[in-house]
Design a protein around this ligand. Sequence first.
Ligand SMILES: Cc1ncc(COP(=O)(O)O)c(C=O)c1O
Length: 433
Amino acid sequence: MKLSKFGQQLTPDSGIVNLMADLGNALNVNPDILFLGGGNPAQIPEFENIIAEQLQQIAQTPAELHKLIGIYQSPQGAENFISALATYLQDECGWPVTEDNIAVTNGSQSAFFILLNMLAGEHANNAERPDEQGQTVHKKIMFPLVPEYLGYSDQALAEHYFAGVKPKIELQGEHFFKYKIDFDALTIDPSVAALCVSRPTNPTGNMVSEAELSQLSDLAKQHQIPLIIDCAYGEPFPGIVYQESHYQWQDEHILVLSLSKLGLPAVRTGIVIAKPEVVKNVVKANTIMSLANGNLGPELMTRLLDQGLVSKISKTILQPFYQKKCDYFISELINALKGVPFRFHQPEGAFFIWLWLEGLPVHSSVLYQNLKNEGVLVMDGEPFFFALPDEWPHKHECLRLSYCQSETVLSQAAGILGREIKKLYPSGLTEKI
Ligand SMILES: Cc1ncc(COP(=O)(O)O)c(C=O)c1O
């Protein structure tokens, strides 16, 4: 089969395809693997029981069942869902949004495919000079803080879509560090179509601080470009954030939400909150691509919103569940890694530990492979630096470890990690430390 440029762009070996293949193998085919890899949320029985009740109610009501399985959703998304969500965002979050600010998609990954390609790439040049008219200009997405979610990287339909800024590293205590945005190195020229951050960040669990976010907002306003904020793990739901946060949506923000990390990755529901003109364009593109969204996610979420369960689920079920796992896994890793130089990114949200092994004697991809051979699946950190082409040893000294599994799995995996990492260092070093 001869592939078009579009076909070639979407079919090479790609980080996200490999990640999902590893995930599928570990969670569906080969469950003995100790899975610290992809971003599947944990199984939380308390949450799944709430969903089971809703499903039973739907199944017992023929009109509800027919609405769920027998009717295509309207292009913008299910009306009752959008209205319940707008009310929630106004009342609970105090955001100045209405139904016109909300669009539903089949997962936030596909919302990003639309948004990134709508903003970056070839643009008509609106130059005033006649000799430049009719030419095109190339625009890109700027990631102010790298590393970033690798799922964006293969969505670009052309080359040179992304630019990123190397972070400042602040060491914190004996075992922690935090990435900070280097605003001095963040240059926004006319080729920048939008700024984009995930908050909390996948892969590091970093919460871009409120001061940093407000500075990014000001820059976006000043340059009349959108600031895309990927809240797949954050506010207003699922709220997997371990610190106070008071985010307020603003006109220049394009917020992308998802039901996945709430515990519903299989319903494939994403949500875009943006200016009405952005929402209208997303809706048109989504309808061309998907015809309509799946009904299950919006229907379940409408029920949770109507029953006042969303904040309760975030604050009393999810947040404490993940915080406990995070604390447990960190203490297991500290024990297992004694003797090698290591630091964790400060875990401020999401459900990953970002482990930095400064001076690691091999490329992190070798360590990833060694661990896989020993039955532990993690994520090599390097692909998350896709927006930073410059050579930097730090890029291949990191691993991302999910802590969604049971304590038994986390503890076994920490033991194997410690053993495999220590093997890579000369014995003198591990004895000295
Ligand atoms: C930061 C981030 N954004 C977006 C997504 C896409 O999620 P979904 O398509 O399931 O909504 C993920 C998935 O892991 C993610 O980690």
